[in-house]
Design a binder for this molecule. Sequence first.
Ligand SMILES: Cc1ncc(COP(=O)(O)O)c(C=O)c1O
Length: 464
Amino acid sequence: MNLQTAFTNAYPEYSDTRALDAVRSRDFPLLDALNHVYLDYTAANLVPLSLLERHTALLRDHLLGNPHSTNPASALASTYAAQARLSVLEFLNADPDEYTVVFTANATQALKLVGEAYPFNGDGDYLLTFDNHNSVNGIREFARTKGCRVTYVPVLLPDMRVDADALVSHLTRPSRGGPRLLAYPAQSNFSGAQHPLEWISLAHQHGWDVLLDAAAFIPTNALDLNRCRPDFVSLSFYKVFGYPSGIGCLVARRAALAKLRRPWFAGGTITVASVQGDKFYLAEGESAFEDGTPDYLALPAVIFGLQYVTSIGIETIHRRVACLTGWLLDRLRSLQHANGMTLARIYGPPSTHRRGGTVTFNLYNPDGKPIDHRGVETRANDANLSLRTGCFCNPGGGEIALGITGTELATCFRQPEHETRLTVDDFRLCIDGKSSGAVRVSLGLASNVDDVEAFIRFAETFLG
Ligand SMILES: Cc1ncc(COP(=O)(O)O)c(C=O)c1O
């Protein structure tokens, strides 16, 4: 049986996603024209030509001004900004009476808004999973500065799912009276594992607020806020539809937003601020959180981008990515050296059940030694194949996957010469020959089976 037939037999529902082949030829012609195998969708989606053209036409045909005014150019920009907010809520099935949208530069800035303003205190808790992007990890520094307890819940090998028993026991322990925040990713940017959204209501029942980092989930999965109701959601739009790269948002329950205490005020966030009176009054709702002038020229592209994804259908994108992920896992697992040793060790869920299109692994020599991920990246670059290596800003995921222990890390960080500076090479010496990173291949709306096969041919060049 040839590969095409094997694929079609294994994943018959791929044929329901044929519309995406037309999308690829129309909107991403450079992929095939440049013979570029793009496998880094967890980092960023690519720019769809039709979205770019629609946005360019809008800027060409309309006068848009700084929305902090009422003049006609401002008013038009404000209209688009308001529409963009509503489009985001509609995309997430969020009730505008319950939720609002704070536009930010990216998901990181959305997370920072929560971190710096959440009312952490000495009686409170910040609970988070090992599996988190650094922009969620970084919130622990705000929490600790306010004397708040910080607790990490581990993920377990081999699937890299969160230790659910440990999580539930933390969620259900008696409150000490202070505010409690749980933060976790809907989908791991390290392993592709999708963590249960059911935890949100459990956390709520025990008095926790929930920050759901949806940055890696939302490009290929429907998120329904009317069903799962997190307090805060962070995301970046370039990951969903590739363009523009400078806008993300914090989607927040209005009641949760009202609990936040901003550490400063800025242009755009106040109704009145006085120099002589030494006083300021924050604006209501989302306005209090949008510092300075928003990227008002780009906001119409958020409307168009969401319409773009909706017109294709998030379910179609999801189905295609699931089929391709399953095939990639099957194919990668089947690669063996002549001596029978497997080439790849994959970190994360073995099947497409509750996992997205992010596949992370290391390659091994026939003698079982890891092949340096940096060398894999160099060879991929030379082959015009875009993938990612390292720990992808997710050190907790990396430490678990690569078997790097807390003791090893403490010994390394405690060395006097490492007090303020640690290079990647120093770090590699500390962990004594273990891999310090992995290779990540990720699929998205323009991916097809040829991309997966091109990657497998590349991986085969490491077989001995
Ligand atoms: C799960 C997750 N959270 C947060 C981020 C941060 O996104 P940004 O760099 O756009 O702020 C990323 C980026 O890769 C991510 O994958």
